[in-house]
Design a protein around this ligand. Structure first.
Ligand SMILES: O=C(CO)[C@H](O)[C@H](O)COP(=O)(O)O
Length: 208
């Protein structure tokens, strides 16, 4: 199991500091969608250059022009790029072509997918590496969390590995760990913690 820190709202300097403080606990640094909107691929390049032992995920949430956009992320140094599960099959297939060209990986973000089981079965046959259930930030306030969706994905996937995101915190991580996921994504619970190193260390210690 890997711990992915979602870096959504910090500055680049704050992110580099966080990754330095949490060395050994964070396996994947996610350059979050808000960060990409703010800074483009600059943080992807900077993190990759400074931390060669940490994988970098560009949370581009690609929706169209899959191969072209994934190419841009991989050229900047991303190890993993995200595409949306609600996209057309051609878009996801384009991202997979790009990942194969660069020897890198694709994560499909299943945010807002209506028929999760059926779409997971379809996407699982497209050669993607990870299928990530994701409770949107905008619906987390209603109390929804991603555990039930993770169970649906785990039940049907045969090729890809599962990942989970959306409001994961220390009080919910054990249920996720027990259900099983290759990647656990944590944003606010690490970035907004008073002691980010201690929180990351603790979270990592809960993973199998
Ligand atoms: O992709 C995202 C929002 O769309 C976030 O990076 C992801 O949800 C993790 O952050 P948090 O743990 O704060 O929900």
């Amino acid at each position: 199991m890997k711990l992915q820190a979602a870096l959504d709202t910090l500055t680049l300097d704050e992110c580099l500091e966080l990754l330095e403080e949490t060395k050994g606990y964070i396996d994947i640094a996610e350059v979050g969608t808000p960060f990409i909107i703010e800074a483009g691929m600059v943080p992807v390049r900077a993190i990759k250059e400074k931390f060669d032992s940490i994988e970098v995920l560009a949370d581009a949430k690609i929706m169209d022009a899959g191969e072209f956009e994934a190419d841009k992320c991989f050229e900047a140094g991303a190890d993993i790029v995200t595409v949306l599960g609600v996209s057309n099959d051609e878009t996801i297939e384009g991202c997979v072509r790009s990942a194969k060209k660069y020897g890198k990986k694709i994560m499909v973000d299943m945010i807002a997918v209506k028929d999760l089981e059926q779409r997971t079965i379809e996407i699982d046959n497209m050669g993607v590496d990870y299928i990530c259930v994701h409770t949107a930030f905008d619906v987390q306030a209603s109390g929804k969390d991603p555990l039930e969706e993770l169970k649906v994905v785990n039940k049907v996937i045969k090729n890809a590995k599962s990942a989970v995101a959306g409001g994961v915190k220390l009080s919910t991580i054990d249920d996720i760990v027990n259900e099983g996921a290759e990647i656990i994504v944590v944003g606010g619970a690490i970035c907004n913690a008073k002691d980010r190193a201690a929180t990351s260390k603790k979270m990592k210690s809960h993973l199998k």
